[in-house]
Design a protein around this ligand. Structure first.
Ligand code: BMA
Length: 429
């Protein structure tokens, strides 16, 4: 394009001198030579510059560029565990609540690696990792986008990701044992608030955490398309870290330890080598395939200063997400969501990042008009790149489905131009 544009410019420029003291013939002869010379130089420049300009952007950059273009068009629908089960079915192949309702797959599909760190065959929601791998590749090959979260167990206590629940269960067991006079059976546990610290270099569980990271990355490097190329992903570890429910939450580890932990995780993952990509030889570590998403939970009254306390840094984050469910009243939810989206939009603009609703929904969809009446008017005020309702299964569902009360409302929304599914983003590379 540049080459052509320059030539056009050379052809159109007015070379005629204002002062006619040389003949026209001599003048045009000189100008023709100059023109030939310029074209030659231009040709050489193009040749010399060729290797640099031919270098393809890294796959992670391609995904970032694609997100930017998609965002111009609208916002994508995302859904957790979409192809594994829905409100009324489980483990069918090639089935999706989203597809059954709107005839297309979510633009973004979410998958969770919780349990992989233990060497388990299935994740915390009973999805076999072989199936997760297969569906990640399928989503990529159909032209959709993949995001991965991780709810690992507590490495110090050997329990779950939910430290609050674990401590409650422990305390209940202790009082039950005390009641029957069997204090001697009370298991001695480490202080749960030391969990993150124990994983850092020099910590009691530092070696175990290296093994966990190895298991996670051993899986990530197997995400290859039919041509053997690594699948680019959005990775979203240590989410909802401003809450107190996860062991990496703000109430359970210091901000300094959180930063050290994020960096340790990211630096390990990024450095892992992947097999060669013939079309893009410079893409050779996981770093080149991962878009990093940082996603605290809905707070409703953030200040920028408070929000920034745990932000890993501009060189470490590409997407600023937020997990936001309506648990309480509709009025509170709307105000809180609006406040938070305003704040993260401002931060994202300043720092050159995307924003996304990395988890969301209203559990079991009790309100038939929730999507368009409550959720849509708020998110449409902001440049949200995608929103991802959590999983649909019989006991707990958040996403679109013909089996949910919200089916008609969501279907009507999906008919509009802004809500994007895989077919809507296929042409956007
Ligand atoms: C939570 C719930 C749990 C689930 C976990 C990980 O929000 O949906 O039932 O195990 O996410 O998917």
């Amino acid at each position: 394009m540049i080459k052509k544009a320059k030539l056009i410019w050379l052809n159109h420029i007015n070379f005629a001198p204002r002062n006619h003291n040389i003949t026209k013939t001599v003048y045009f002869c000189i100008m023709r030579r100059l023109l030939t010379l310029s074209v030659g130089v231009l040709f050489l420049l193009v040749l010399v510059g060729a290797p640099a300009s031919a270098a393809k952007p890294l796959p992670r950059q391609q995904l970032i560029n694609r997100l930017a273009k998609i965002q111009q068009k609208g916002y994508m629908y995302g859904h957790q565990d979409d192809p594994f089960y829905g409100i009324t079915w489980e483990w069918d192949d090639n089935r999706s609540d989203t597809y059954d309702l709107v005839g297309d797959y979510p633009g973004v599909m979410g998958f969770d690696l919780g349990g992989l760190e233990m060497g388990d065959d299935k994740n915390l929601d009973s999805v076999p990792f072989t199936r997760i791998r297969q569906e990640i590749i399928r989503q990529h090959e159909r032209g959709g986008i993949v995001t991965i979260s991780w709810h690992p167990r507590n490495p110090l206590l050997g329990t779950t990701a939910w430290i609050e629940k674990d401590i409650k269960a422990y305390n209940e067991a202790v009082s039950a044992l005390k009641k029957i006079g069997r204090e001697d059976l009370v298991p001695q546990i480490d202080n749960p608030k030391n969990t993150v610290k124990s994983l850092l270099p020099g910590g009691k569980m530092a070696g175990k955490y290296q093994l966990w990271l190895k298991r996670i990355t051993d899986f990530l490097v197997t995400l290859k398309d039919k041509k053997g190329n690594q699948v680019p992903i959005i990775f979203r570890p240590w989410h909802e870290n401003n809450g107190n429910w996860f062991w990496w939450g703000q109430a359970n580890c210091s901000d300094a330890d959180f930063h050290a932990f994020w960096n340790l995780t990211q630096d390990y993952v990024n450095a892992v080598e992947v097999s060669a990509n013939a079309k893009n030889p410079s893409a050779n570590t996981l770093k080149d395939y991962i878009v990093w998403s940082y996603s605290p939970n809905l707070q409703g009254n953030w200040t920028e200063e408070k929000w920034m306390v745990r932000y890993p840094g501009d060189d470490r984050v590409d997407i600023i997400g937020e997990d936001a469910y309506q648990w309480g009243s509709e009025a509170d939810f709307k105000v809180q969501l609006d406040n938070d989206l305003q704040l993260i939009t401002d931060i994202a603009k300043k720092h050159g990042k995307f924003i996304a609703m990395t988890e969301c929904g209203y559990q079991n969809s009790p309100d038939a008009t929730w999507w368009q009446r409550v959720f849509k008017p708020v998110i449409e005020k902001y440049p949200v790149c995608y929103f991802l309702p959590w999983r649909n299964y019989s006991k707990e569902h958040f996403g679109a489905s013909k089996d949910a009360k919200t089916a008609d409302d969501f279907k009507a929304w999906a008919k509009g131009k802004n809500l994007l599914f895989v077919k809507d983003i296929l042409g956007i590379k």
